[in-house]
Design a protein around this ligand. Structure first.
Ligand code: AMP
Ligand code: GLY
Length: 426
């Protein structure tokens, strides 16, 4: 199979790594890819959101299967365009990707099909939204309905914060542009969060390992939200009982609901849950793998990931002999100082080829300059450690981090601690 992986971040590097391992992969192209992906296959400088460019590339190079990493091109309809061109691809259609692309849509689906989530109202009018939060009081959560690069959800501890968030989005400033012209205001849920990934073919699904992300920038979950500073899988908070509840109360009704809505869901259904006193409730759906969760979830799948994604994309998961997930994995993200605010670029990176046993490097924001590997983003690298248990995975990831040399960089030192505590291992 000739495979094209679309995207250029850590998630896509992790996908490319698994695709390349498959005996079914004859050729791997990445668009646009990154220096890590360039070690696995050929990178072609076509951007992920250049839909025409991606379709043209796939046709020109006789690609048999496309795996789309990021949400942007999925919400914009890349898989629809590829199917018009007769090329199978992994990822939901634009209509199905609304589960991530429109929080108003996803909340409406959850309500209609009885899927547990925070109570909510949707608004386009500022005054009506302000009146609603004044009636409900804080804490309360204000979310831009559209895509906002992970920054569109504001957890408001005070009424003043909620008023400010609403005014920013629905008022003249329109801080999220069109994405924030419609907002969802929802009940605050307390509990521990986890990420679940169902690989879906429209009707059937395969559940991958659970994971837990570390969104805050500093140790102890302090500081602003980031794209994710680390992750580990599986997440002990997702006990077998919780997993069963997620399948029966969330994944299955969502898939049935999407069939009933006329847009069957194919691709990764990422369910962000809050484990509350009443069981798991949906915080959000995403229409793609999590980043950095993908980097720890895929290596745990014992089967052929390319085959899994291809069977899902072509509606044939039933034919698959589903493999177990085994062991543990952890990723520690090395970021540039200042991230998630402004940060320097172009710092030289050394030590990536000196990874200890059980550890590997995932590139996220790197570039090659005059033959040297340099930083080119906020989240620069992730070091993945794999092991028989979480402790070993974490030890290996941190041993790998110790080999990396880069000025003006930092990482969190407490990745996975919550998991170790639950397991009684720290
Ligand atoms: P989202 O973009 O919807 O994933 O939200 C980003 C983050 O905001 C989540 O990972 C949660 O930590 C937090 N969050 C979102 N919705 C809620 C909620 N209803 N209650 C509590 N925290 C929330
Ligand atoms: N790690 C969170 C996300 O991918 O949305």
């Amino acid at each position: 199979m000739k495979v094209l992986v679309v995207g250029s971040g850590g998630r896509e590097h992790a996908i490319a790594r698994e695709v390349k391992k498959s005996p079914k992969c004859e050729l791997l192209l990445c668009a646009p890819g990154n220096p890590g992906m360039a070690e696995l296959g050929e990178c072609v400088p076509v951007k992920a959101d250049d839909l025409d460019g991606i379709v043209a590339l796939a046709k020109e190079r006789g690609i048999d299967f496309v795996v789309v990493g990021p949400e942007g091109p999925l919400v914009a309809g890349l898989t629809d365009r590829l199917s018009e061109a007769g090329i199978p691809s992994y990822g939901p259609s634009a209509l199905a990707a609304r589960l991530e692309g429109s929080k108003a849509f996803s909340k409406a689906v959850m309500k209609k099909y009885g899927i547990p989530t925070a109570a909510f109202e949707t608004f386009v009018d500022l005054d009506a939204a302000l009146a609603f939060v004044r009636e409900k009081g804080a804490p309360i959560v204000v979310k831009a309905s559209g895509l906002a690069a992970g920054k569109g959800a504001i957890v408001c501890e005070t009424l003043a914060q909620a008023e400010e968030a609403l005014t920013d989005m629905l008022g003249e400033k329109a801080v999220f542009g069109e994405s924030g012209r419609e907002v969802v205001v929802e009940e605050f849920m307390s509990g521990e969060e986890a990420s679940l990934f169902a690989v879906c073919d429209g009707r059937d699904y395969v559940m991958l390992s659970s994971a837990q992300d570390h969104k805050r920038v500093f140790d102890g979950d302090k500081g602003p939200n980031t794209g994710g500073m680390g992750a580990y899988a599986p997440a002990p908070v997702v006990t077998p009982e919780v997993l069963e509840q997620v399948k029966k109360r969330i994944v299955e009704p969502t898939l049935e609901g999407m069939v009933a809505e006329g847009c069957p869901y194919r691709g990764t259904l990422y369910v962000g849950i809050m484990q509350t006193a009443e069981g798991p409730r949906v915080v959000e759906y995403n229409c793609r793998f999590g980043d950095p969760e993908c980097q720890v979830v895929l290596p745990l799948y014992k089967g052929d990931v390319l085959e899994l994604l291809h069977k899902a994309a072509t509606g044939r998961l039933k034919e698959l002999r589903v493999e177990e997930n085994a062991g543990s994995a952890a990723i520690v993200v090395v970021a540039a100082e200042g991230y998630p605010g402004s940060y320097p670029k172009g710092m030289e990176i050394r030590g990536c080829d000196a990874m200890p046993e059980g550890a590997h490097v995932i590139h996220a924001g790197t570039a090659r300059k005059d033959g040297k590997l340099v930083s080119a983003g906020g989240r620069v690298l992730g070091i993945v450690g794999r092991g028989d248990d979480l402790k070993q995975a974490l030890d290996r990831a941190y041993a790998g981090v110790a080999q990396v040399e880069m000025e003006k960089s930092f990482f969190r030192r407490d990745i996975g601690q919550k998991g170790l505590r639950r397991l009684g291992m720290n």
